[in-house]
Every structure is written in C-alpha cells, then in structure tokens.
Write a protein that binds this ligand. Structure first.
Ligand code: FES
Ligand code: FES
Length: 81
C-alpha cells in the first residue's frame, strides 16, 4: 500500500530530552507505536523516517501531527489541523 498522507499521531508535539551528538529517527508516517520515533511501521508506505542529530543536550519538540513544514520539529502547524 502506498499512502502519501501521514497519520496524525497526535495534534501536539512530543517533548524529548535529546543528547548532544546523538541521532534520532523521527517517524514521518505517523504509524509508529513508539512515537515520535520510527519503529519500521512505514514499510509499505512512501514515507521514510527523518534523521535528527542533536546539536546540544536540550529539550526539543518533535512534530506529532506529521504535517510540520520543519520536519522533524514542530512548527505550530498542528494548531491548524
Ligand atoms: Fe513512521 Fe518509520 S514508522 S517513518
Ligand atoms: Fe506537528 Fe506541531 S505537532 S506541527
């Protein structure tokens, strides 16, 4: 099955404490059971995870609605859905 429209995992970001230098695979398809990260559930869709490498140890807000224009981070688009 191919499906360009991502599932909305939630209409809000996921705050995550990231570690400097560490990479994370953000789920773009919205199907992962381990939000906001990819668990391989995009298989069979056109979606691929987006890699994020933390530049600093800090809290970041990963997009949960999967409609952000600034993937993998929330840009506020969720409030329009
Ligand atoms: Fe959503 Fe991999 S499970 S991108
Ligand atoms: Fe997707 Fe905010 S959660 S833009």
């Amino acid at each position: 099955m191919t499906d360009d429209i991502p599932n909305i995992a939630q209409k809000a970001p996921f705050p995550v404490e990231v570690t400097e230098g560490k990479s994370y695979l953000w789920c773009a398809c919205g199907r992962s059971a381990q939000q906001p990260f990819c668990d391989g559930s995009h298989k069979g869709t056109t979606h691929r995870p987006v890699k994020y490498t933390a530049q600093a140890t800090q809290k970041v807000f990963f997009c949960g609605c999967k409609n952000t224009g600034n993937a993998p981070l929330c840009d506020g688009t969720h409030s329009t859905l």
